[in-house]
Design a protein around this ligand. Structure first.
Ligand code: ADP
Ligand code: ZN
Length: 626
C-alpha cells in the first residue's frame, strides 16, 4: 500500500504532520533517518506507516514495557498485526510469539534491547525479511542523557548480524547536539536524514502561577475541570502521598504513582488512569514515560522541575491528541532551594571521569537557573521554551499565561539603588534569600553573625514585605541591575547595568496586575490557539454522550477509551455530525477497522441525539459549534 492510503485507511488521518512525510520518504527510500520531534508530535506514525508499506517485518526497539504494550494495543485496535517481546512475557509466551512471527503473522514487532542478541531472536531474524529497524527513545543510547541504557549499545551489533542491512530509523524528543552526535555514532547511522521539527505545540497553553496556597489552587482547578483527565507532578514521594490524601478526602477521583509503591499498586493505579476510571493522577516524575494516553487535558507541576527539558517532556504529555490542553507550573521560590539541594545529592554514572562529572554538574546548575528564569519571567512563555530549544522566535504568542496577563510598569529606581548599595558592599557572598532578609533589616543570627547589620543598605527596604523584596530582586536580575554567579550557589553580584543605575539611570520593571480567580481556566478565557474548536452547549452535551459510549465500548473490550477514539475524534464527530458510514470516514481518526468496529454504535448515538433534538425543537438540527 502507498503511504497516504495507509495513513487514511489504517489511522484515519487525512494529512501528515510537519516532518512526518520527509522521514517516511527517507525510510521508504532505504535511508537511515533520525527524527527529533517533541512529545506528541507523532513519532510513532513515522515508522508505523513505512512498516506497513514495506515488505517483511519491521523491528522496533523500545525501552519500556508499558510503552510497547500500549503501542501494540493501539496497532491491534487499528487492525495491524503487531506483537511485543519483553520480560513481562513468560518463556512460553515468547516462544509462541516467535513461532507466530516466523510464520509471518506480524508486520511490526516491538522488542526490548536486552532481547536483541538472544539466540531465539537472532534465529527469528534469520527467518524473516527485515527492511527496517526503528529505535524509539533513542537518546537512551547516549551517556550524556539522563536515561542512558547500556543495553542500547547492543543495537548496532544486532543490525550487523542481519544478512541485508535494513534502514535504521531513530527517534527522540531530546534535542541537544551532544546527544544527537552520540546517537549517530553509537547506532552507526550511515549518512542519515536528520529532521528536527519545530518544538512548538500550538494546542498547549502555558502558565506559571505563584499561588499563596498551592493545594487550594489545585482543588479549585480540579473543581472547575471535573471529568477532564490530568496529571499533577510533585517533586517527592511525600508530596505525592500528601496531595493524593487531600484529593481523596475531597472525593476527587484521583490515583497516585511513585517508585516507593508496590509494583502491583503502581500498575493498578496507572491502568485506572489510562482506562479513565480515575481522572487525576498525582505522581512523581517516575510516571509518564511510555504513557501514550492522548486525552490528558492538563498537566500541573506542583513543584518546579530541575530543567526545561524535563518540564517540557512532562508537561508535553498533555494534549497529544491535538486538542487544547493546559500546562501549569506552580512556582514558589522554595522550589529553587530544594532543586539545588537535589542536584547536590546527585552522582554521575560510574563510567564518568571526575572531570566529566564536574561538567555535568555545571550543566545541571545552568539548567536549573534557566528553569527558574522561566518561572519568574514576564515575557511570552512559549517563546521562552522555544528559544531554549534553539528555535528562532517571533512575536509573543498571545496564547500563554504571560501574554494574557496585564502588566503595570513600575519605577523602582530608588529601591534598585538601595539594593545595589548593599550588593556592592557584599558582592558574591550571599544568595537572594539572605540579601532580601538583610534589606528587610532582619536581626536573625545568620544576619548578625555575618555582620550584615553593619553594611550600608542594611534595612533600607524595611517597609516592604520580605516576599516583595524577593520578587523585586528577581525583576532586578531580569533587568540586569543585579546578577547571580553561575555556580551552584547562585550568589548575588552587581549586574551589567549596575554602574549606570548607581549613576542615576531609571529602572522600570513590569509587575503583573492582581489576577482574578487565578485557578479558573485560562483556556476558556484567553485567546485560544488557532484551529481550536469550541463547542456550543449542545455540542458539549453530545460530546459527553459520545464519551460515555466510548467508555462503554472500551470496557467491553478491555482497552483504554482513547484507543477507541481520541478526544479529537469525538470532537470532530460532534462538529461533523455524520449520518452514514461514508460521512463518518471523513472524521479525523476514523480508519477502516475502527469504522467497522464502532461506526454503527456512534452513528446510532448521533442519530438518537439528532432525533431527540429535532422532536423538542420543531424539527431543527442543533448547532454544535460555538
Ligand atoms: P510521540 O511519540 O511523538 O509523542 P505519538 O506518536 O504518540 O507522538 O502521536 C501523538 C498523537 O498524534 C497520537 O494520538 C497519534 O495518533 C496522533 N497523530 C500522529 N500523526 C498524526 C497525523 N498525521 N494526523 C493526526 N493525528 C496524528
Ligand atoms: Zn505567549
Amino acid at each position: 500500500m502507498d503511504k497516504r492510503e495507509v495513513l487514511k485507511t489504517t489511522f484515519g488521518y487525512e494529512h501528515f504532520r510537519p516532518g512526518q512525510e520527509e522521514l517516511i520518504d527517507g525510510i521508504l527510500a532505504g535511508r537511515d533517518v533520525l527524527g527529533i520531534m517533541p512529545t506528541g508530535a507523532g513519532k510513532s506514525l513515522c515508522y508505523q506507516v513505512p512498516a506497513l508499506c514495506l515488505p517483511g517485518v519491521s523491528i522496533v526497539v523500545s525501552p519500556l514495557i508499558s510503552l510497547m504494550k500500549d503501542q501494540v494495543q493501539a496497532l491491534n485496535a487499528a487492525g495491524v498485526h503487531a506483537a511485543y517481546l519483553n520480560s513481562s512475557l513468560s518463556e512460553n509466551q515468547i516462544a509462541k510469539a516467535i513461532s507466530l512471527a516466523a510464520g509471518g503473522r506480524y508486520k511490526i514487532i516491538y522488542v526490548a534491547p536486552e532481547r536483541l542478541l538472544t539466540q531465539r531472536f537472532l534465529w527469528l531474524s534469520r527467518q524473516i525479511e527485515i527492511p527496517l529497524v526503528c529505535v524509539d527513545e533513542t537518546h537512551c543510547v547516549s551517556q550524556w542523557g539522563q536515561d542512558f541504557r547500556p543495553s542500547y549499545l547492543a543495537i548496532a551489533d544486532y543490525v550487523k548480524t542481519l544478512k541485508k542491512r535494513p534502514a535504521v530509523a531513530a527517534f527522540t524528543a531530546t534535542a541537544t547536539k551532544e546527544v544527537r552526535e552520540d546517537i549517530i555514532r553509537a547506532l552507526e547511522l550511515s549518512n542519515p536524514l536528520v529532521k528536527v521539527t519545530g518544538f512548538d505545540r500550538k494546542n498547549l497553553y502555558w502558565r506559571v502561577e505563584q499561588p499563596r496556597n498551592k493545594t487550594d489552587f489545585v482543588l479549585s482547578y480540579l473543581r472547575a475541570h471535573e471529568n477532564e483527565s490530568g496529571i499533577i507532578y510533585c517533586n517527592t514521594r511525600k508530596n505525592v502521598d500528601q496531595l493524593y490524601g487531600i484529593l481523596r478526602d475531597e472525593r476527587i477521583p484521583a490515583g497516585r504513582y511513585h517508585a516507593g509503591m508496590e509494583q502491583e499498586e503502581r500498575v493498578r493505579s496507572q491502568d485506572d488512569f489510562i482506562y479513565d476510571n480515575i481522572s487525576v493522577m498525582v505522581a512523581t516524575n517516575a510516571f509518564g514515560m511510555g504513557i501514550d494516553k492522548s486525552n490528558v487535558r492538563f498537566v500541573i507541576h506542583y513543584n518546579m522541575p530541575s530543567s526545561l527539558e524535563n518540564y517540557y517532556q512532562e508537561a508535553g504529555r498533555a494534549g497529544r491528541d491535538g486538542e487544547s490542553a493546559e500546562c501549569i507550573l506552580l512556582y514558589s521560590p522554595q522550589d529553587v532551594v530544594i532543586g539545588r539541594v537535589m542536584l547536590e545529592g546527585k552522582t554521575g554514572n560510574e563510567q564518568m571521569t571526575a572531570e566529566e562529572l564536574a561538567t555535568v554538574q555545571q550543566q545541571d546548575v545552568v539548567r536549573l537557573r534557566r528553569m527558574e528564569h522561566y518561572c519568574t519571567c514576564t515575557s511570552c512563555l512559549r517563546n521562552e521554551i522555544l528559544s531554549y530549544f534553539g528555535e528562532k522566535v517571533g512575536e509573543p504568542c498571545g496564547a500563554c499565561g504571560n501574554c494574557a496577563k496585564h502588566y503595570e510598569e513600575r519605577d523602582v529606581t530608588r529601591s534598585a539603588q538601595a539594593v545595589l548599595t548593599l550588593v556592592r558592599a557584599i558582592p558574591g557572598r550571599f544568595g537572594p534569600a539572605v540579601v532580601a532578609s538583610a534589606l528587610h533589616g532582619d536581626r536573625t543570627k545568620r544576619i548578625l553573625d555575618a555582620g550584615l547589620s553593619e553594611k550600608p543598605g542594611y534595612g533600607a527596604l524595611a517597609a516592604m514585605p520580605e516576599g516583595e523584596i524577593r520578587a523585586l530582586l528577581t525583576s532586578l536580575e531580569e533587568a540586569g541591575v543585579i546578577a547571580r554567579t553561575m555556580d551552584r550557589y547562585g550568589l548575588v553580584v552587581p549586574g551589567k547595568d549596575a554602574a549606570a543605575v548607581h549613576a542615576g539611570k531609571p529602572v522600570v520593571i513590569r509587575v503583573p496586575e492582581a489576577a482574578e480567580g487565578e485557578a479558573a481556566s485560562s483556556r476558556k478565557r484567553a485567546k485560544l490557539p488557532k484551529g481550536t474548536t469550541i463547542l456550543s452547549a449542545e455540542g458539549i452535551e453530545l460530546f459527553a454522550q459520545l464519551r460515555s459510549l466510548r467508555l462503554q465500548l472500551a470496557r467491553k473490550q478491555g482497552i483504554p477509551p482513547y484507543m477507541v477514539f481520541s478526544d479529537k475524534t469525538l470532537t470532530d464527530l460532534v462538529v461533523k455530525l455524520p449520518r452514514s458510514r461514508d460521512e463518518m470516514r471523513e472524521v479525523s481518526g476514523v480508519g477502516e477497522k475502527k469504522l467497522e468496529a464502532y461506526g454503527d454504535a456512534f452513528l446510532a448515538a448521533i442519530g438518537d441525539y439528532l432525533a431527540g433534538y429535532a422532536a423538542s425543537h420543531g424539527g431543527e438540527t442543533p448547532v454544535t459549534v460555538a
